[in-house]
Ligand binder design. Structure first.
Ligand code: GDP
Ligand code: ZN
Length: 452
């Protein structure tokens, strides 16, 4: 129900000089005028006494009215700025709710701003990212997205695709000339240029994501090889549960740390072995998801018995970047631990790193190896904040452009090229929210804090 009037405390809980109640929707003005007993004029700061329906005095402060559509949400908005104490704010909010508003869900103000066309989805997400920024550079990147820099890049790509589609579809009408049209260099070179732009954007989005979220790294391997011990080693503190019994890390555990200046999130996974009890099965499913989402996997093996096979998860979707690590070197006689490196279907086998989570042997080399794999060339001045969702969508765009290029090379029909471009364009539209499912919207806005 788009026109229900919503209200929330917009300032963080706790004490502060000022606390703000934000009201948005058709009844906002009426509620604001009842609370203040004044006629509210748009954009005028009006000093008022705030009273509830029973005329009890609750607080005094400033009322501000923004007339639709010139407000954050695009609807009528009233802000009551009172004293920033928890009880004062609660009493004001209760009075506003009693007058007919309902409590806003997290992110609902921004969701309305999106639905009313005040901003696109990328910008709405940037609002949340800006609020959640943990570093100055992350805040700068979120501000760039909020200012529309990321959206502009996406729109430019979209325009290029539309241009190509128009060209190709117009040519489809002259089907006898189709062969000439496809083998002519123009369309191929335009596609190549587009492909490069998409790759560049994907690269930047990846960096933006890392800036905001940290690089995802996942620890995989059989139970008892020492994943939790290694995690603790890396964290420099005992935080994951370590035990002698196989399969103790039932669920995935995520920790954040900084590796050579790069923010990283490491996930310790449940064992990858086949399990029949339900809890462990759920854990295994989450392991697969964690591996899919990770930029790098660390495949940990027990150097004292290296019979385990390479986990299937590492071969998903054409292969995941991983480092093979042999743990428990302290248990090894030099010669006993020289297992042959695992054959990976002709693909170059990763260098094996030898460590001991127990003694700390090889940990520095491992950290250096991790840093080497996850370092991006940062161009911080041009990075915009981005999310996993954007990166995934751009990967789909890249895939379809690649397909289109191949269609041209193999002299496939123009219809196929046009179809690939259509799919690429759809995926771009998902990023800015031009077409997006309600489920996705719920997921995105549910992550906001209340009052934003
Ligand atoms: P996980 O199931 O893969 O998370 O393995 P844990 O970290 O729980 O470790 C399983 C067992 O191996 C524990 O008893 C650890 O103390 C032991 N362990 C882990 N790393 C080493 C190591 O480098 N050397 C030795 N000797 N034992 C280790
Ligand atoms: Zn564990």
């Amino acid at each position: 129900m788009q026109n229900e009037t919503i209200a929330a405390i917009a300032t963080p809980p706790g004490m502060g000089g000022v606390g703000i109640i934000r009201i948005s929707g058709g009844q906002a003005l009426a509620i604001g005028q009842q609370m203040t007993n004044q006629t509210l004029t748009p954009r005028l700061a009006q000093y008022s006494v705030f009273r509830n329906a029973q005329q009890d005095t609750l607080d005094r402060g400033i009322a501000l009215y923004f007339e639709a559509p010139n407000s954050y949400t695009g609807e009528a908005v009233v802000e009551l700025q009172g004293h920033g104490g928890i009880h004062v704010m609660q009493r004001l909010l209760q009075a506003v709710l009693a007058l007919g508003a309902r409590q806003a869900r997290p992110g609902e103000f921004t969701e309305r701003a999106f639905l009313n066309g005040k901003m696109d989805l990328v910008q709405a997400e940037a609002v949340a990212d800006l609020i959640a920024s943990r570093s100055q550079s992350a805040a700068d990147a979120a501000m760039r997205s909020l200012n529309g820099e990321f959206s502009t890049v996406i729109h430019t790509l979209e325009q290029t695709i539309i241009g190509l589609r128009v060209y190709i579809e117009a040519a489809l009408d002259f089907s006898d000339e189709e062969i000439d049209f496809l083998s002519e260099g123009n369309i191929a070179s335009r596609l190549d240029a587009l492909f490069e732009e998409v790759c560049l954007t994907l690269d930047k989005a990846n960096q933006g994501k890392v800036l905001q979220e940290g690089v995802q790294i996942v620890l995989v391997g059989q139970p008892n090889v020492g994943k939790s011990s290694l995690m603790n080693r890396l964290l420099g503190q005992e935080r994951a549960i370590v035990t002698e019994q196989a399969g103790t890390t039932r669920d995935t555990i995520e920790e954040s740390l900084i590796i050579q200046g790069i923010p990283v999130r490491i996930t310790d996974t449940a064992g990858l072995r086949e399990a029949d009890d339900l809890v462990e099965k759920a854990g295994i499913e989450r392991t697969k998801q964690a591996v899919r989402a990770a930029a790098l996997a660390i495949w940990l093996r027990d150097a004292s018995h290296l019979q385990d096979k390479k986990p299937d998860e590492l071969s998903l979707d054409g292969g995941i970047d991983f480092i093979e690590v042999h743990n428990k070197q302290d248990l090894c006689q030099q010669d006993l631990c020289q297992a042959p490196p695992i054959e990976t279907n002709g693909v170059l086998t990763n260098d094996v790193l030898k460590i001991s989570a127990k003694t700390g042997q090889g940990i520095d080399q491992l950290i250096t190896a991790i840093a080497k794999r996850i370092t991006y060339q940062h161009h911080e001045e041009s990075i915009f904040s981005a999310r996993e969702r954007h990166v995934q969508a751009l990967k789909v765009v890249k895939f379809h452009i690649q397909q289109a290029v191949q269609c041209i090379q193999s002299l496939a029909t123009s219809e196929l090229v046009a179809e690939e471009l259509r799919l690429a364009q759809n995926s771009l539209c998902e990023i800015t929210g031009e077409f997006t499912s309600d489920d996705l919207l719920g997921e995105i806005f549910g992550q906001f804090c209340i009052g934003k």
